[in-house]
Ligand binder design. Structure first.
Ligand code: NAD
Length: 270
């Protein structure tokens, strides 16, 4: 169902790799809700993925940008405004990557070059993106910027590895930059802390299936899907949430406030 929630709004969506990606679902839903937007991803991901299918479906253009490179971001933001015909109303940062996770390097035995790279891609890129938008005065008043995160920023999930630290940094950047963006440009900045979701990035985490099943059993409403995350993200892009900013918003079926559930108790008694 569509409500024209984003009618006339212009956006930039990072991170649609394939149809499982949270950003992919967000782009499909944003299109249904009347938005126009530019899709972007790292050049290497554009070669591997199927983003052109999404671009055709949503009538949008694709501009490559490595989110760790300020010159790529500058080009992206300039071209997006030209293509879309004005300043930007919403931006989705849906980017995450840890080489330590990918290569199975334990948290107590980090390769720091990889740690550094993961931090740059997963967290500092959010600062670079917002700094570029801010310097170029590219956001419309009452615009909205969202990044995706995970609860390992607050609590221990051993196999989440250095991504836990990256997410803590990402959430802090949202608050710190959100202050200046709010004061100066009336732009809001939030993070959405999403349930484990079967995507490329999600399934890269060791023991992901066990992790997902556990969260499913712990959450009174069950895990939130990628499509549900897209829907929640759209509410933050809409005019219905104008005074929500500097928040880390849990979108996890209730998991983050649970101690234990009946299902887990029963499983432990077996
Ligand atoms: N899947 C989960 O369980 C889960 C849970 C909570 C939060 N998240 C977060 O959601 C976001 C989206 O991930 P997803 O699960 O949809 O997986 P995904 O693998 O589909 O998306 C990750 C994206 O990051 C992009 N990316 C990597 N390096 C980049 C770079 N240098 N520049 C630009 N883009 C780059 C990838 O190309 C990919 O499109 C991430 O921030 C992830 O941490 C995921």
């Amino acid at each position: 169902m569509s409500y024209n929630l984003l009618k006339g709004k212009r956006g930039i969506i990072f991170g649609a790799l394939d149809e499982n990606s949270i950003a992919w679902k967000t782009a499909e839903r944003a299109h249904e809700e009347g938005a126009s937007f530019v899709l972007t991803n790292a050049p290497v991901a554009l070669r591997m993925g199927t983003i052109n299918t999404l671009a055709e479906k949503t009538n949008s253009e694709v501009i490559p940008a490595d989110a760790t490179k300020v010159e790529d971001l500058e080009n992206l933001i300039e071209k997006s405004q030209e293509i879309l015909g004005g300043k930007i109303d919403f931006v989705l940062h849906s980017i995450g990557m840890s080489i330590n996770v990918r290569k199975g390097k334990h948290y107590t035995d980090q390769n720091y070059d990889w740690t550094h790279k993961g931090l740059d891609v997963s967290a500092m890129s959010f600062h670079k993106l917002m700094q570029t938008l801010h310097k170029k005065d590219a956001m419309n008043e009452w615009g909205s910027i969202v990044a995706l995160t995970y609860m390992a920023a607050q609590r221990v999930f051993p196999d989440y590895n250095d991504m836990a630290d990256n997410k803590a940094y990402l959430e802090s950047i949202a608050r710190s930059f959100g202050y200046f963006f709010g004061k100066e440009k009336k732009v809001r900045v939030n993070t959405i802390s999403q349930s484990p979701t079967p995507t490329s990035a999600g399934q890269g985490v060791k023991g992901f299936t066990g992790f997902m099943n556990y969260a499913e059993k712990m959450s009174p409403l069950g895990n939130a899907t990628a499509l549900e995350c897209a829907d929640y993200t759209l509410t933050l892009f809409s005019d219905l949430t104008k005074k929500v900013t500097l928040q880390n918003l849990f979108h996890d079926g209730g998991f983050s406030n649970m101690g234990v559930s009946q299902e887990i108790m029963e499983a432990m008694e077996e």
